[in-house]
Design a binder for this molecule. Structure first.
Ligand SMILES: NC(=O)c1ccc[n+]([C@@H]2O[C@H](COP(=O)([O-])OP(=O)(O)OC[C@H]3O[C@@H](n4cnc5c(N)ncnc54)[C@H](OP(=O)(O)O)[C@@H]3O)[C@@H](O)[C@H]2O)c1
Length: 370
């Protein structure tokens, strides 16, 4: 059995006794046994981990999966406010978020109509589920936090007591933030190192790759704009990689940190048959599919560091970017960015290692197929 260094405390070896109430000797017995596939998908990891530890279920999984689950526990705890880190471990475990198992609906007007018909509070009433308490005192860096959804997320994080560092291209004054680091053009290959240098060693709990661009005219086969396509891919997919690499390589993302990719449902290839029955919007949707791929690959690479990477569709928000769709805002459930920000912040709170590499719709908290 290979035991790793604890990613939370960086000192102790990983042992099961690290989790209160679990018998280490049973764990040693388990090390020779396969582990159940059930616990990774369980909504109740505490009971399943206990069951696995007791060796009652010995079907197919490897011990490394248990270590990964334990890592989730540690990193989930690392992200919580200090007041919560004193919680009993069992309570901690119950707060962990298993990834959703069902999928959101591709048909956006039908999704919104169904939510209204059913009185779906998760979709229609952020006040019924939103819990931002985890962000208090956390350091969050957000790209493009100077306007639109990024500014709304920034304002909400500030309101909830986070230390927010905004990056922007032009100088901006945003009340309550720790700093605005301007001159961060995400198409600049040096933007990641430039940002890391400007952070001067500040450890970051959460990086939100929010900056994005959607070329206004509809692109059809006879109206393609290749320069704009490359620009969208550069900003939406390569940009977040430049920024993320800058922070990771400078060692500014601590174990337990989260990298959030604000991508889009437009990046789902599976949903194109429903959402684009006649095609078009080549550059934008290609850029967001590439962004999803970037997030999926980064999630794999950062697993060993205990840093989660989650792709989020932020929902339909009434911003400059979607003004061209103002005529469908009401039928498709577009919300003010202040509401969209709460939905995003709620999903960031759930974005621990158990969800790394997933693609989630902030409107309903469900998975979006690739
Ligand atoms: N609104 C929606 O319904 C919706 C839906 C799905 C996904 N999204 C995604 O959510 C994110 C925010 O969207 P939004 O609606 O708030 O868009 P927005 O109002 O157009 O704001 C875009 C932000 O990105 C920044 N940005 C653009 N190009 C940049 C570059 N080259 N370098 C650095 N920053 C750059 C902008 O900075 P400047 O002020 O300097 O231009 C601005 O802060 C985007 O990634 C978008 O694709 C939005």
């Amino acid at each position: 059995m290979h035991l790793r260094t604890c990613r939370t405390c960086n000192k102790k070896r990983y042992t099961v006794s690290h989790i209160r109430g679990i018998n280490t000797s049973k764990y040693k017995m388990l090390s020779a046994s396969p582990i159940s596939t059930t616990f990774a998908r369980s909504r109740r990891p505490s009971s399943v981990v206990s069951r696995v530890i007791e060796g009652t279920n010995t079907s197919t999984m490897q011990v490394s999966r248990l270590l990964a689950a334990l890592s989730c526990i540690c990193t989930a705890q690392a992200f919580l406010p200090r007041s919560l880190s004193a919680f009993p471990r069992t309570r901690m475990l119950s707060m962990m978020s298993a990834p959703p198992t069902s999928y959101s609906m591709a048909d956006q007007p039908a999704r919104f109509a169904k939510a209204k018909a059913e009185g779906n509070k998760r979709m229609l009433d952020t006040g019924s589920f939103y819990d931002p308490s985890y962000v208090k005192g956390k350091t969050v860096v957000i790209t493009g936090g100077n306007r639109g959804l990024g500014l709304a997320i920034t304002n909400e994080l500030v309101k909830q007591g986070a230390k927010v560092i905004v990056t922007s291209r032009s100088p901006a004054t945003i009340p309550g933030v720790e700093r605005v680091i301007s001159g961060i053009e995400v198409t600049d290959n040096a933007c990641g190192t430039k940002l890391a240098d400007a952070l001067k060693g500040t450890k970051v709990d959460c990086l939100i790759n929010n900056a994005g661009y959607f070329y206004e005219p509809v692109e059809k086969i006879d109206s393609l704009n290749f320069e704009e396509q490359m620009k969208m891919i550069d900003i939406c997919a390569v940009g977040p990689l430049r920024v993320s690499a800058g922070l990771v390589n400078a060692g500014l993302l601590a174990p337990g940190a989260r990298v959030i990719m604000i991508t889009s449902q437009g990046g789902s290839i599976s949903w194109r048959t429903t959402q684009n029955p006649t095609g078009h919007d080549y550059g934008h949707h290609m850029s967001k599919a590439a962004a999803n791929m970037m997030g999926a690959l980064l999630a794999q690479e950062l697993k060993a560091k205990g840093i989660s990477v989650v792709n989020l569709h932020p929902g339909f928000n009434k911003t400059d970017m979607t003004k061209k769709y103002a005529h469908i805002w009401e039928v498709e459930g577009a919300v003010d960015p202040e509401i969209g920000a709460q939905r995003v912040i709620h999903e960031i709170g759930l974005a621990d290692m158990s969800r790394t590499g997933t693609f989630i719709n902030c409107e309903d908290g469900l998975l979006i197929p690739w």
